[in-house]
Design a protein. Structure first.
Length: 318
């Protein structure tokens, strides 16, 4: 990935010229000393507690820094289903817009859907806000490049952090716009998922799923309303809210969670269970016996299916 540097000078400093040409008439941000914020960059990522290291002014400065360092024109912003992540991502969006870039807000979503949106919209990058530890309200800010992958730490994230720490931005001559693209993005993502599923339609399947987590609920609502699930023979049965495990942590070994999942699968005579919890980036998957299926075994099953259906494809799993 090419090195990106901010085309700004601060207190007489000489910064290297940017690798990408500046956007004509859009952003020429000047720097004035304002204030510093509590440290939230550990050298590898932005993370911290909500309203402590990661307060709303900090989020706005990170948004400004991302837009400037990436010379962004369009940025995809999303968050997990927690209210804190929604508030933090809103202020990140405000900072991006202030520096002249447009924000396409995909709302409560999964990071995979946000990556899909970056590539589909040919955006300059994206930012995803998610709770890392529900019990301690620790959040992580994931910065993605135009290839939908995490930005390079040395070439991209460190310069973003330096600019954010200065927190000395002025609004662009022409500010950007915030566009709500959640519905359109989700529909396109659902179509893509179902095209993959249509490669080889399996037998009819009954799926039970909880819908108390917004990203999962929104995606499955789109899948149902668009008729995608019926097209591949999947019947979805909604299950009432599942309680979180003690301390706010969710683990597949938690006996409370296991008992609820087992009951949900058996009561609905389901072939598969999909269960989302706040703070989880991937759901727990249960088989027809109510047993949790490891993600490694899921990947083996997918590889077996699609490698046989499309021999020229390959799967890389870390």
């Amino acid at each position: 990935m090419a090195r990106r540097t901010a085309s700004l000078a601060h207190e007489g400093e000489d910064l290297p010229p940017p690798d990408r040409a500046a956007r004509p008439g859009r952003r020429k941000a000047s720097l004035q000393a304002v204030e510093q914020f509590p440290p939230c960059f550990d050298g590898q990522r932005f993370r911290g507690h909500f309203d402590v290291e990661l307060d709303l002014p900090v989020m706005e400065s990170i948004g400004c820094a991302f837009a400037v360092a990436m010379n962004a024109r369009r940025v995809i912003v999303g968050h997990d289903g927690t209210s804190a992540a929604m508030a933090l991502s809103a202020r990140i969006s405000a900072g991006i817009i202030m520096q002249g870039a447009d924000v396409e807000d995909v709302g409560a979503t999964t990071i995979d859907e946000l990556r899909f949106a970056i590539l589909r919209r040919r955006a300059s990058g994206g930012i995803y806000v998610a709770v890392e530890d529900v019990a301690s309200t620790t959040h992580e800010i994931c910065c993605l490049g135009p290839d939908s992958q995490p930005v390079d730490v040395d070439d991209d994230l460190v310069p973003i952090a330096r600019l954010a720490e200065r927190n000395a931005f002025m609004p662009a001559i022409q500010i950007g716009a915030r566009i709500d693209t959640a519905a359109g993005t989700r529909h396109a993502f659902a179509e893509t998922l179902m095209e993959l599923a249509r490669v080889r339609r399996g037998p009819a399947c009954r799926m039970v799923m909880n819908r108390n987590i917004r990203p999962a609920a929104a995606l499955f609502q789109t899948l149902e309303q668009g008729g995608f699930l019926n097209a591949v023979g999947i019947e979805v049965v909604a299950w009432p809210t599942l309680s979180a495990s003690p301390g706010g942590r969710v683990a597949d070994g938690n006996p409370i969670i296991r008992a609820q999942i087992l009951q949900a699968v058996r009561d609905n005579e389901a072939d598969i269970g999909v269960f989302w919890f706040s703070g989880m980036r991937a759901p727990l998957i249960a088989d027809a016996n109510g047993s949790i299926v490891s993600h490694t075994n899921l990947m083996l099953a997918l590889a077996d299916r699609y490698m046989n259906s499309i021999p020229e494809n390959f799967i890389v799993y870390d």
